[in-house]
Design a protein around this ligand. Structure first.
Ligand code: SF4
Length: 309
């Protein structure tokens, strides 16, 4: 979501020394050379206090702690208003209701005080996030070991957020079977927490499906998605990875807003049938997950076919 901002800042300030602070997965973007240095959060907190040498800071998380960690001497401190933290920022920005702007556009707004001008970036113009040659070769080997020479789709039945983002596993099973009928193999990907569901999905699909959940790094998943005939998954980290590669990506949305957080990429389709209660942004549902059960296997297939066309 931050890539449009990072690309805009790098293009506008090619000689700036940029330090990124983030969770380990953000290190994946090292390859884009958008920053000079990367530091892990939250370990970087003490370092930021010790070395208040920055001219500007853009704080993307809305939490109090992320604004509190900034040295007060930084001339421009831009971030979302709220969470009792506006007084810590020189440019607190009050965000509109969720979904009025895509989250990546909200981040671009946060970058505007650094450049003292408006920033906008057509969402689809962000460059493709490409795996390296070694990562591509590694993914080929993994796919070949699992499925032989079959072309494959990636299915992602997990979503760390909670059940209100998880399409029923039975639908993933049925979808996988339809893919196999078309001569494709199926790789079921996800994190270690998704292992049980992913293995159940692969087992139910049968001989031409294999679960890789919990066994692949972020870099390996990027390369697997880039080499796939398509990725069909819940609104999750995997969806953002797959979309960024430029390969066909279908994302199934439940309780959240695709207008706000649809993954960015040139070949993304959203499968969503939002009932009147949507988006509620809840992690669980008291009324039966209608937003998810209303999305049929045929909807996901149609969305994928539209991308292939
Ligand atoms: S309340 Fe509506 S939008 Fe929210 S999880 Fe339940 S069915 Fe989905």
């Amino acid at each position: 979501m931050a890539r449009p901002l990072l690309h805009a800042l790098r293009a506008s300030l090619p000689n700036a020394v940029v330090t990124a602070v983030g969770r380990p997965a953000s290190r994946l973007l090292d390859r884009e050379r958008l920053w000079n240095d990367w530091k892990p959060w939250p370990e970087a907190r003490t370092l930021l206090k010790r070395e208040p040498t920055f001219d500007s800071a853009v704080v993307l998380p809305p939490s109090f702690s992320s604004a509190w960690s900034l040295p007060r001497g930084i001339r421009v401190r831009s971030g979302f208003a709220g969470e009792w933290r506006s007084w810590l920022l020189t440019h607190p920005w009050r965000r509109p209701p969720r979904g009025d702007l895509h989250l990546s556009q909200e981040y671009l707004r946060l970058g505007e005080p650094v450049l003292a001008r408006a920033l906008s970036s057509p969402l689809q113009r962000v460059p493709r996030l490409a795996p390296s040659a070694a990562e591509t070769e590694g993914a080929r080997r993994t796919a070949r070991a699992a499925l032989g020479e079959r072309a494959y789709v990636v299915l992602g039945p997990g979503a760390a957020y909670g059940p209100a983002k998880r399409w029923p596993v039975e639908r993933f099973m049925a979808l996988g079977r339809r893919c196999v009928e078309r001569g494709l193999g199926v790789l079921v990907c996800g994190a270690a927490n998704d292992r049980a569901e992913a293995e159940a999905v692969a087992e139910e699909i049968g001989a031409h499906a294999r679960s890789l959940a919990g066994t692949t790094s972020t870099e390996e998943q990027l390369a697997l998605c880039a080499g796939a005939a398509g990725t069909i998954c819940n609104d999750s980290g995997l969806a953002h990875l797959a979309a960024a590669t430029g390969a066909p990506t279908v994302v199934i949305f439940g309780s959240t807003s695709s207008a706000w957080t649809a993954p960015l990429g040139p070949r993304v389709a959203i499968a969503q049938r939002a009932p009147v209660c949507s988006p509620c942004f809840q992690r669980t549902c008291a009324i039966g997950y209608r937003c998810l059960t209303a999305v049929e296997v045929a909807d996901a297939l149609r969305a994928w076919e539209s991308l292939a066309a």
